[in-house]
Design a protein. Structure first.
Length: 263
């Protein structure tokens, strides 16, 4: 479905980003893996991706730094020639009560969770326009963009900003055939588990109290996000633009929503 396409996924050494990378690679997409460090998780992800016979490249960069993300994208273009898909996924968050948030906390979180998304998208969009690429830009938001929870004010602000940024990008980039959407996950169990522990994912012991508020009664897994991402990158997503799509098992249909750990 995506054979020969080139995709860069930020924050993709593990978790949701890794699942997206694997899903796209399984459909023939060449992959650029980004994260802030290359460790055993990154190496494992690279090994898995290469088994699909696609071109795989590694790109170390701090998403909060425009100079680093500019260099990352330039290096991706050297490796792959052009870019068809950008997945904004990287995030690093600080949990603090509203009254304890510092300027440093604000700058750190906005830097990686919003600023980085904007400037990665902008540079990639310039490249897509130059090459007349019918591109896709997908940003990972959160249900925290839509409801409040304790100790994640800045995180929620950033995710809400992603939703609004996606609307503006869709409006301004549509004339260049660049389609932009966001995905807002709910409880997704993205813990790093060994292969023999995968049966535990989203099972008993994960978000058990929250499951009472989820109409279908279960937590989500990274594949729930990567499946939708792959669909939006394919012809299925040709007429879906400027949307923030929640993937939460129906959690937001239930009020009051419980206080939630960050997702």
């Amino acid at each position: 479905m995506l054979k020969g396409k080139n995709a860069l996924i930020t924050g993709s050494k593990q978790g949701i980003g890794r699942s997206i990378a694997i899903k796209l690679a399984s459909q023939g997409c060449n992959i650029g893996v980004n994260d802030i460090i290359k460790d055993k998780f990154a190496n494992e992800t690279m090994d898995i991706l290469e088994k699909y016979g696609v071109n795989v490249s590694w790109h170390k960069a701090d998403i909060s730094s425009k100079s680093e993300t500019d260099r990352m994208i330039d290096n991706f273009l050297v490796e792959h020639g052009h870019i068809d898909i950008l997945i904004n996924n990287a995030v690093s968050s600080i949990k603090k009560p509203f009254l304890d948030i510092t300027e440093k906390d604000w700058e750190f979180e906005v830097g990686n969770a919003l600023k980085g998304y904007l400037f990665c998208s902008q540079k990639v969009a310039h490249e897509m326009i130059k090459r007349k690429t019918n591109g896709r830009i997908i940003s990972i938001s959160s249900i925290h963009s839509l409801v409040a929870a304790d100790n994640n004010t800045v995180y929620g602000i950033c995710k809400a900003g992603i939703n609004r940024m996606t609307m503006s990008m869709a409006k301004e980039l549509g004339k260049y055939n660049i389609i932009c959407n966001a995905i807002a996950p709910g409880y997704i169990d993205s813990r790093p588990l060994r292969e023999d522990e995968e049966y535990l994912r989203a099972g008993e012991g994960y978000a058990d109290e929250a499951k009472a508020y989820i109409p279908i009664g279960i937590g989500g897994i990274p594949d729930n996000i990567s499946d939708l991402t792959a669909a939006l990158c394919s012809s299925v997503g040709n007429y879906i633009n400027g949307q923030t799509i929640t993937v939460d098992g129906g959690l937001l249909t239930r009020f009051p929503v419980p206080d939630m750990e960050q997702i």
